[in-house]
Design a protein around this ligand. Structure first.
Ligand code: SAM
Length: 281
């Protein structure tokens, strides 16, 4: 084993490959996920199977999404997993989870030691399919987990925090040192559990407008809301909602962002043509 080769596979940097090799950490992750026979589970980035093998022993079937052809090949010929696995060799960012869920009788349990270079866009991608997800367990950079759980006033509080806390209850579970991987990443990692909030499916919050308003506010996070939102929401409307116009993006709560989104949604109901498309980031 060299620094970048593990079990005969050369770790590809462009795919964010850091393979888990610490048995204690692997056991702790499985314990946190608690897989049960019959559940519909889907793993993003199974790699060399550190989690897949353990979880595959418990389940009757398991679906994995892996971009690296060399790794999918191994999984397809894996001694005991091959009969249980459905392997999608593709970019998880383009995977249609809702389409997949149509063939299932249960909500999906999604997990993975995510490639760090795509973890944030992948989380946003999964939010688009939140209605068909039971829970998610991910290994992420500690810094991303800090952003997920950050509260107003915290330097990590941003658009990811607002959107994630709107969609999910978030529980950091376990800190994972870099020595637990081959090759070791330069950062500390954390396991986090995200449980979709069921009322998200029914509350009349306008997700589209929530995304729009958070993008506008945090793109100009050093400006006051009066300025950063001036093209969307007049100062008087902020005052009417008891949101101080001189506050900055990082100072207002998820509920207040929902209030802004609702106002914007109602206000623009008949003017959708004016609304620019949202870029997820
Ligand atoms: N699960 C394995 C483990 O814990 O040892 C590997 C984790 S490694 C950090 C990330 C895995 O995600 C790699 O196997 C990599 O090839 C895969 N991957 C990277 N980008 C991907 C993408 N866009 N879609 C699907 N899989 C991807």
């Amino acid at each position: 084993m060299t620094a970048h080769t593990y079990r005969g596979h050369y770790a590809r940097k462009r795919f964010g490959q850091h393979f888990l090799h610490d048995p204690c950490i692997i056991e702790s992750i499985i314990h946190a996920i608690q897989p049960k026979y019959g559940e519909v589970m889907i793993e993003i980035g199974p790699g060399l199977g550190a989690l897949t093998e353990k979880i595959g022993r418990v389940l009757d079937k398991l679906t994995v999404i892996e971009i690296d052809h060399d790794l999918t090949l191994r999984l397809k010929y894996h001694s005991f997993l091959q009969t249980k696995l459905t392997v999608f060799e593709q970019d998880a960012l383009e995977f249609d989870f809702s389409q997949f869920a149509k063939q299932q009788t249960q909500l999906l349990r999604v997990f993975g030691n995510l490639p760090y270079n795509i973890s944030t866009p992948l989380i946003f991608h999964l939010f688009k399919h939140i209605n068909i997800i039971h829970d998610m367990h991910f290994m992420l950079q500690e810094e991303v987990v800090n952003r997920l759980v950050a509260k107003p006033g915290n330097k990590s509080y941003g658009r990811l925090s607002v959107m994630a806390q709107y969609y999910c209850k978030i529980f950091p579970i376990l800190t994972v040192p870099s020595q637990s991987f081959v090759p070791p990443p330069n950062v500390i990692s954390k396991i986090v559990r995200l449980i979709p909030i069921t009322h998200v499916q029914t509350l009349p919050h306008h997700v589209y407008f929530l995304s729009l308003v958070t993008t506008a506010a945090f793109n100009k996070r050093r400006k006051t809301l009066r300025n950063s939102l001036s093209h969307l929401i007049p100062t008087q409307a902020l005052v009417n909602m008891h949101i101080c116009p001189t506050l900055r993006a990082e100072n207002i709560s998820v509920m207040q962002y929902c209030q802004l989104a609702d106002w914007l949604g109602n206000h623009l109901k008949n003017k959708k043509a004016n609304v620019v498309s949202i870029k997820y980031n």
